[in-house]
Design a protein. Structure first.
Length: 61
């Protein structure tokens, strides 16, 4: 799903009063997906959200 990152960023900031999370090494597409879901749910992204849940446990960074 394609999103306008700047619009999502502004909408998140307006709605929740804080900028959306900016985790390291997370694709813009996935970040947009999570931000859009948070906006749809009406709740900010939880502080402990697992941005890397699909990374195998034995992956080397």
């Amino acid at each position: 799903m394609k999103h306008d990152f700047d619009k999502l960023f502004d909408d998140y900031l307006d709605r929740f009063g804080v900028p959306p999370p900016a985790p390291a090494n997370v694709s813009r597409a996935y970040r947009c997906e999570v931000i859009a879901r948070a906006l749809a749910d009406g709740e900010p992204v939880p502080e402990g959200f697992d941005w890397w849940g699909d990374v195998p446990d034995d992956a080397v960074a």
